[in-house]
Design a protein around this ligand. Structure first.
Ligand code: ATP
Length: 263
């Protein structure tokens, strides 16, 4: 296994469902060890792109490579060891406890019945996501934000090289959202994260990939791609992009929509 976390490359990927084009020849890169944010309006193709990296869907044309190797060439278990995915909505009938869900992260590393991840490891991930107090609660009883944190703890417990997160800050209060992205960043893993909060994306992502109507609109560091013009074109948003008073990174100040009512 490489010492460096891997690079993800999406190369000219299209997804068609019947006559509908969900993704249209998208090429983009998530560099090694960096956090790459995937942004774009509702229905722009973010989940579809993530589903190709997660191998839940095959592109109609084009390919996705991890460290130069097409994702379909990895064995199932090897892929599960390398890539952890946090979905937008996890529906399960199983009534596992939080501790058991986080423990599932160790399964791809199991040899026979031996699970190398120690109980302490699960404890660490519960503590890191501030859900230690929920360890014995069952999944069905959790709030949306508590479920989200549990899923991220499970993904990090998988000790993957790549982490793919689909709108992980949905349901999270502002501090929890900030905390989650800071932890993903500190993990040093290659991360591909779909986000709707543009200021959070600008603060935590090294690079942004912007989609609209299934096509790539822009790709690059937040300070280069997040401009008032792009936000007006892609989102129909009337917004100012200013410097964050502490970090200096782009901060989006929404003033309204281009065509809609003002306050
Ligand atoms: N199986 C399908 N058949 C037809 N259309 C689909 C199918 N799956 C997704 N779509 C459509 O493809 C487009 C892209 O969907 P996708 O879920 O990738 O968008 P998204 O950017 O993740 O959106 P959101 O921000 O709302 O989560 C949407 O218009 C969606 O309705």
């Amino acid at each position: 296994m490489n010492e460096q976390p891997p690079v993800i490359r999406v190369i000219d990927a299209s997804v068609h469902v019947k006559s509908k084009v969900l993704l249209d020849g998208v090429s983009c890169t998530a560099p090694s060890g960096a956090v790459t944010g995937l942004i774009g309006p509702n229905g722009s193709g973010k989940t579809t792109l993530l589903s190709l990296v997660a191998r839940w869907r095959r592109p109609s044309s084009g390919t996705v490579c991890i460290d130069g190797q097409p994702v379909e060439e990895f064995g199932r278990r090897e892929y599960a060891r390398r890539v952890a995915v946090v979905e937008q909505h996890v529906a399960t009938e199983l009534d596992l406890t939080v501790e058991q869900v986080v423990g599932l992260g160790a399964i791809p590393h199991r040899t026979g019945w031996a699970v190398p991840s120690s109980v302490a490891d699960v404890d660490d991930h519960l503590a890191a996501m501030r859900i230690g107090h929920l360890r014995s609660r069952t999944w069905q009883t959790l709030s949306g934000g508590e479920r989200q944190r549990t899923q991220v703890a499970r993904a990090l417990a998988q000790r993957p090289e790549v982490i793919v997160l689909d709108e992980p800050t949905n349901h999270l209060d502002p501090a929890a959202a900030y905390d989650l992205l800071a932890r993903v960043r500190q993990s040093g893993r290659t991360a591909l994260v779909a986000l709707h909060d543009l200021s959070l994306a600008a603060e935590f992502c090294d690079r942004l990939v912007i989609l609209d109507h299934g096509a790539l609109v822009a790709e690059g560091p937040p300070h280069e791609v997040l401009t008032s013009e792009l936000l007006a074109d892609v989102y129909g948003l009337d917004a100012e992009v200013v410097a964050h008073p502490r970090s200096g990174r782009p901060l989006i100040v929404t003033c309204g929509t281009v065509d809609g009512p003002k306050r």
